[in-house]
Design a protein around this ligand. Structure first.
Ligand code: MD3
Ligand code: FE
Length: 203
């Protein structure tokens, strides 16, 4: 389903087995060194979703090769297979060729976690962002490129869903106003929600 130009939602893109495999990989990445951490913003805020990075470490509002706001360890490598998954995601949605993905940001949400409206503008490439969701269903708010406020479209993202943001949607405001606790598939073995975004750094 095209939600806006360049923004395509493909529900249930990952089957149950692929979801379990991806979850296991995320759990391994979350372990130290360079594991899951709480992101603190320069204004003194704390992000409620906790994060682990592969390839490049994101800290507000730039990328580094070490976990500058965590244990100082070198960032875990971005695996080849994850890049292939990202390219397949773009082929299945936008049907356009893409350069090699080199960043994965994995966000872990408990039922109370949120993500405020923001734009992802720290990458120096306009390649599409690939988003994969696991676990609890959330409300994903897809806005416009001008303001954090209306008009926006609310979409439910469920376990296994793919969302790709390219073209004019690449710089749209977006956020996660709500996670529906306890809605994860029973067989998955995840409490809460996990989101993986694949990006091209352009660095
Ligand atoms: C639209 N993550 O990591 S995924 C993020 O569910 C982020 O964890 C949310 O926003 C999450 O920055 C939303 C959907 C998403 C991801 C990246 C985008 C939408 C996007 C980049 C550009 C435009
Ligand atoms: Fe984002």
């Amino acid at each position: 389903t095209q939600v806006a130009p360049g923004a395509v939602h493909l529900p249930d893109w990952l089957d149950a087995e692929r979801q379990r495999e991806l979850l296991e990989a995320c759990r391994a990445w979350a372990r130290p060194p360079a594991g899951l951490r709480t992101v603190r913003t320069p204004g003194g805020g704390t992000m409620t979703a906790r994060q682990v990075c592969l390839g490049w470490h994101w800290h507000p509002y730039t990328y580094a090769r070490t976990v500058v706001d965590g244990d100082g360890a070198p960032v875990k490598p971005f695996p080849e297979w994850l890049g292939e998954l990202g390219r397949r995601a773009v082929r299945d949605t936008l049907g356009e060729p893409v350069p090699a993905y080199d960043i994965a940001l994995v966000n872990f949400y408990d039922a109370d976690a949120r993500m405020g409206m923001h734009r992802d503008s720290d990458e120096k490439s306009d390649a599409p962002v690939v988003s994969l969701s696991l676990g609890d269903t959330c409300v994903f708010r897809f806005g416009n490129t001008e303001t954090r406020t209306r008009p926006y479209t609310d979409v439910e993202l469920r376990s296994g869903d793919l969302f790709v943001f390219g073209g004019p949607s690449r710089l749209a405001y977006h956020g996660v106003p709500r996670v529906h606790g306890g809605t994860a598939p029973p067989g998955l073995g995840l409490t809460g929600r996990l989101n993986i975004t694949l990006r091209v750094s352009g660095l």
